[in-house]
Design a binder for this molecule. Structure first.
Ligand code: PLP
Length: 447
């Protein structure tokens, strides 16, 4: 497996190199040049397998020659030791709950696999590194938990002070040990910009920094697996499936694009966004404009005004977008529009869906999942396409207790994993968005 950079100015590298580096030296994002394609027989043979086995079989093909099979199998079964429920709403609609991992969001799927893969390579070479990651809430906690207590890896998480819930913050601040939480007086986009600048800063080279955001290819590949899983549980080859994905930085959606490339019959990918509607606008008009600053919506993990994975999406459809969001070469818009349908959902619509699902079906969903459901509904209304669909619930309702309680009048029950962090002592540092102060902080902390 060779990976290229979306900025096309860097050499192709192995999976291990891309995983450890995070960002390419030309500041582009790594993308697999080729992907294996699963035949009908191969897909069908996985039909009744449990999640970790499907994950192992998919990764074995994708990472062929990059890791020995025995270690991979061990890593996969260790990472995926929790349930992946598919909940039926009606004959053509299912909710896939990706909220049963240790930090109760879908980010656990990627973070747990990436942490274990990194540890595998670092141990082999007796190396150490520091993960620098910006989070709008759930990435930080998933990454912090995934790496917590590992020997060769330190983690620094930047989060926007006012934009994460108390519960999200506690999941990052109560760990300590090799995990540092850094509260930034700004927005998610500021945190992301600071992290990117640190990676590009020659003065910090000796600190061995790496990323764990959705910009790391090690996060993206595991996010293709649950699309295999949903397909295998719900459909028989070659029947098609529609998927609705609540999207912010578009890493989850890119996972689906990869799964489709690998042969999963996904008819259409619905990228459902909140009021940060730069992607639906782009698909509609062919003109891209970031939203600066990003809008604060109820589904706070999706408040992204310029999704970093957009460069990857554009690359895979034959175009080129630089890290500023400038499109140097247009992708094949016709094919892009055929495969991906993007819908913006308002906060009022989000609340209405949460309430309706609870009152009518007795199903509790949180704001991100509600955006996915509403996106699917709008799609069906606009196109009349009633192909069976799965919509993703990307977090547990208990991660957003105030929002859920305010809308449906009921406090969601805390899963066991979250109960433990509630009581813990918090450790964190605070900074402004001034890059020079951040740089000093890193040097002080890591040198
Ligand atoms: C991160 C996150 C999203 C958005 O996922 P992207 O890969 O950034 O598009 C959606 N829902 C929840 C709960 C999240 O934490």
């Amino acid at each position: 497996m060779k990976l290229y950079s979306t900025n096309l100015q860097a050499e192709e590298v192995s999976f291990e190199t891309a995983l450890i580096a995070g960002l390419a030296p030309d500041r582009g994002l790594y993308m697999p040049g080729t992907l294996p394609v699963f035949t009908e027989e191969e897909l069908t043979s996985l039909k009744d397998k449990p999640y970790p086995e499907i994950a192992y079989q998919v990764l074995r093909k994708v990472l062929e020659g990059e890791i020995d099979e025995e270690s991979l199998k061990e890593i996969t079964y260790d990472a995926y030791d929790y349930e992946v429920p598919l909940e039926k709403v009606d004959d053509i609609t299912y909710i896939m709950r990706l909220d049963r991992g240790p930090t109760a969001s879908f980010k656990d799927f990627a973070a747990r696999m990436m942490a274990r893969l990194m540890q595998y390579y670092l141990k082999k070479e007796n190396r150490e590194l520091t993960i620098l990651t910006a989070t709008s809430g759930d990435t930080g906690s998933a990454v912090a938990h995934a790496f917590y207590g590992l020997d060769n890896i330190r983690v620094i998480v930047l989060f926007p002070t006012g934009e994460v819930s108390d519960r999200q913050r506690k999941q990052m601040t109560t760990l300590n040990k090799n995990i540092s939480a850094l509260s930034i007086d700004g927005k998610f986009d500021d945190c992301q910009a600071m992290v990117k600048q640190a990676f590009a800063d020659g003065d910090l080279k000796h600190l061995n920094l790496s990323s764990a955001n959705s910009i790391n290819i090690g996060r993206l590949v595991p996010q293709s697996i649950y699309y295999f899983y949903a397909y295998l549980k719900l459909r028989d080859y070659p029947e098609e499936l529609i998927v609705s994905i609540p999207s912010g930085n578009f890493g989850n959606m890119m996972g689906c694009v990869l799964a489709k490339r690998m042969g999963v019959p996904v008819k259409r990918i619905l990228a459902s966004v909140n009021e940060n509607d730069e992607v639906p606008s782009f698909l509609g008009t062919g003109k891209y404009a970031k939203i600066v600053p990003s809008k604060n919506c109820l589904s706070n993990a999706m408040n992204v005004g310029h999704p970093s994975n957009l460069a990857r999406l554009i690359a895979i459809y034959g175009g080129e977008m630089d890290e500023q969001g400038r499109i140097n070469k247009m992708p094949d818009m016709e094919r892009l529009r055929q495969d991906i349908f993007s819908i913006s959902v308002t906060d009022a619509e989000t609340r209405a869906v949460m309430k309706e699902f609870y009152d009518e079906y007795g199903i509790m969903i949180e704001p991100h999942g509600a955006v996915g459901i509403k996106g699917l509904r709008d799609y069906r209304e606009k196109t009349g396409d009633n192909t069976p669909a799965v919509t993703l619930e990307t977090a547990h309702p208990a991660k957003f207790p105030e929002e859920v309680k305010a809308v449906i009048g009921v406090e969601p029950q805390l899963p066991e994993s979250l109960k433990r962090t509630e009581a813990g002592e918090e450790f964190m540092d605070s900074l402004s968005t001034d890059y020079s102060l951040f740089k000093e902080y890193l040097i002080r902390k890591l040198e």
